[in-house]
Design a protein around this ligand. Structure first.
Ligand code: HEM
Length: 429
């Protein structure tokens, strides 16, 4: 009887997982379990979100009180809210790390290009889900974070104000905004996530599994021995999921999701900050003309991300962390250069050049000129990596991407921790 049940369970599993996998792809140093963790978080978010719907009321008059009621009157209500909030934040962080692991192991190259695109769609859905959820408690933090984030759209010529009016349903966040965000957060975006996710997993099967990890000196094409998915893969997946769930649960038991006073549209807090994942953009806005910080630069970076698999990467390098020994050195150099250069550029812009306002000549002084300077530095960096380090095109592109990603992380860190009252630079916070 027991063996029969085991057989049925095994058969069921094989509908979702391959029967055998290359032993090498089970190495923690390939995936770090990140994709699986992201998936667990998606399911945890759906489950906790569905429960939150029983208490939450999506109108400015009732939203804040419904959160207070949940936290104080419903058994485990605070814990439920904490679990949902921290899983959402963890999902951004973990899917970003997963994106980096896919990039640095060359797992975006043929035949996985389309899956890279699906991944980016998932990432966008994850960030937008967090963003739309941010407003729902309708407290001072959430109200003003959404006000400052959506006001960035004013600087996008043409479509910006139209999108802003559509999303907000008025000049500032109000009842329509809350309803819009609620619908996006609880219906459209989860539907998109749950729809794209199976395609993401199916594409892995179509590509004959994950990339095979190997050291730079090993020849490509060595798959190594195969092992049964059950127990080798499944046990690892279940263990990772349980560890993650335990970590999130313990964290949520001790750290409460923030809730400030009820939103007051007449009184903005000082400083007013966007959610942390948009602080890099808000920081950029302090140094560049809005047209460049809100439109040109994000658009170019997003286009670059989508184009990565089509820039002629060699599939034979897939599975080698950082492509080669030289790729490891140039990546490290890029991180160090980027941390120093970005910090120095922020200091220069703040204390020497002076932060700018949007006006006609300002478009040149704070827009075109610094943008051209940054572009020239990137081109120079690419040339130096190729000529001085002898890197090939792929290694040089990897260095350039590292330079830009690190710069964005540094801007985010500065915005989150080193900006205080009046968004002045300060030493800690
Ligand atoms: C909600 C977000 C995401 C979830 C739940 C998810 C899930 C997964 C899972 C479970 C795997 C297999 C195991 C692993 O690699 O850890 C995987 C692989 C993969 N993911 Fe994601 N992913 C997400 C976001 C992304 C993003 C942002 C990208 C890149 C833009 C991406 C690109 C890929 C690629 C190309 C593979 C195949 C890797 C290989 O063959 O080695 N994914 N994903």
């Amino acid at each position: 009887m027991i063996t029969d049940q085991r057989k049925y369970f095994r058969n069921l599993l094989l509908h979702f997982r391959p029967s055998e996998v290359p032993e090498r792809t089970l190495r923690l140093s390939l995936t770090w379990g990140l994709g699986g963790m992201a998936m667990v978080l998606v399911f945890l978010l759906v489950a906790t979100g569905l429960l939150l719907k029983f208490a939450y009321q999506p109108s400015p008059a009732l939203a804040y009180d419904s959160i207070l009621y949940l936290e104080t009157q419903i058994p485990f209500g605070q814990l439920l809210r904490n679990l949902h909030r921290w899983s959402g934040n963890a999902l951004i962080f973990i899917s970003f790390l997963h994106l980096l692991r896919v990039f640095y192991t060359g797992a975006f190259a043929a035949p996985r290009q389309v899956n890279w695109i699906f991944g980016l769609v998932l990432f966008a859905a994850v960030v937008l889900s967090n963003f739309t959820g941010y407003l729902l408690p309708w407290d001072q933090i959430s109200y003003w974070a959404i006000t400052i984030s959506t006001s960035m759209l004013d600087y996008v010529p043409g479509a910006g104000p139209v999108i802003k009016a559509w999303v907000l349903g008025g000049a500032e966040p109000g009842p329509v905004t809350l309803l819009n965000f609620y619908a996006l957060h609880t219906a459209l975006l989860p539907a998109l996530l749950l729809l794209v996710l199976p395609f993401h997993i199916w594409r892995i099967r179509k590509a004959n599994g994950l990339v095979i990890p190997r050291s730079p000196t090993e020849p490509p094409g060595t798959t190594g021995p195969m092992v049964d998915a059950m127990p080798h893969l499944i046990v690892r997946e279940v263990a990772t999921a349980l560890l993650l769930l335990a970590a999130i649960l313990v964290f949520s038991m001790f750290v409460d999701a923030p809730l400030a006073e009820q939103a007051n549209p007449g009184l903005s807090p000082n400083p007013t900050k966007a959610p942390w994942y948009f602080m890099g953009l808000q920081e950029l806005l302090m140094h560049f003309h809005p047209l460049f910080s809100v439109l040109v630069i994000p658009l170019l970076l997003t286009a670059g991300l989508f184009l990565i698999p089509y820039l002629g990467s060699n599939p034979a390098n897939a599975g080698v962390w950082f492509r080669s020994h030289l790729g490891r050195r140039t990546t490290l150099v890029s991180v160090i250069v980027s941390v120093i250069a970005t910090t120095a550029a922020v200091m220069f812009s703040e204390f020497v050049a002076g932060a700018g306002q949007a006006s006609a000549p300002d478009m040149i002084n704070n827009g075109l000129l610094p943008f051209a300077a940054v572009l020239a530095c990137c081109i120079l960096f690419y040339v130096v990596i190729r000529k001085a380090f002898g890197a090939d095109r792929e290694e040089a592109i990897q260095s350039l991407v590292t330079l830009l990603v690190t710069a964005f992380v540094v801007l985010t860190v500065i915005g989150v921790w080193f900006r205080g009252t009046g968004m002045q630079l300060m030493w800690a916070g």
